[in-house]
Design a protein around this ligand. Structure first.
Ligand SMILES: C[S@@+](CC[C@H](N)C(=O)[O-])C[C@H]1O[C@@H](n2cnc3c(N)ncnc32)[C@H](O)[C@@H]1O
Length: 177
């Protein structure tokens, strides 16, 4: 993906709304949802503050769950267990995962420095406690998915080749077994 494309959460939500009958867009941060609300035009989207590790949503009520760049902020085992609870049998979980471990040596170091720099200057907040502890490689994530009752259906890694230290982003689709 030369040049780099920066997707925003509402872009994903808007795309999902075009495919689904109904979308429930959630985040722990009300500010994030407000931003999404201001940018989403689809009428079939509702917004709800939720902790994805323990939501108020009913059992087996979704065909698809989509989590972009969120899992590493949470205890992944808890989040995957919650997604398993929410999905109907055969339902799909789609994860977008950052994987700095796919980079080697100096490229990985440069990538981590850039994440810290943009985190501080862009968001102007300290990283949450334990940030980075739950970052997983694709293999670790696939193993955890298998332990959490999912079958991995496909994985795809997207890389911005314009800079060797750009962080690889994995799209993983898993199905509730
Ligand atoms: C890197 S941003 C990703 C935002 C968006 N999903 C995207 O792909 O552009 C991480 C988001 O995870 C949210 N988050 C962190 N912990 C969460 C949790 N336990 N439950 C729900 N959302 C959480 C944060 O509020 C933040 O909006």
């Amino acid at each position: 993906m030369p040049g780099g494309v920066r997707l925003r959460d509402w872009v994903y939500t808007q795309m999902l709304a075009e495919k689904a009958t109904r979308v429930v867009a959630t985040d722990l941060a009300l500010g994030m949802l407000t931003l999404a609300k201001e940018n989403i035009t689809a009428a079939n989207v509702t917004f709800q503050v939720e902790d994805c590790q323990q939501t108020s949503l009913p059992n087996e009520s979704f065909d698809t769950a989509f989590l972009s760049l969120v899992l590493h902020f949470t205890v992944p085992e808890r989040t995957l267990m919650e997604m398993h609870r929410l999905l109907r049998p055969g339902g799909a979980l789609i994860l977008v995962n950052l994987d700095p471990r796919a980079l080697k040596g100096l490229d990985r170091l440069r990538c981590l420095i850039r994440i810290m720099y943009y985190g501080f200057t862009g968001y102007r907040v300290k990283p949450p406690k334990g940030f980075g502890k739950h970052v997983m490689s694709e293999q670790q994530l696939c193993e955890l998915l298998a332990h959490s009752g999912f079958t991995v259906a496909s994985t795809e890694t997207i890389r911005d080749v314009s800079r060797s230290s750009h962080i690889p982003v994995e799209y993983i689709k898993a199905v509730k077994a």
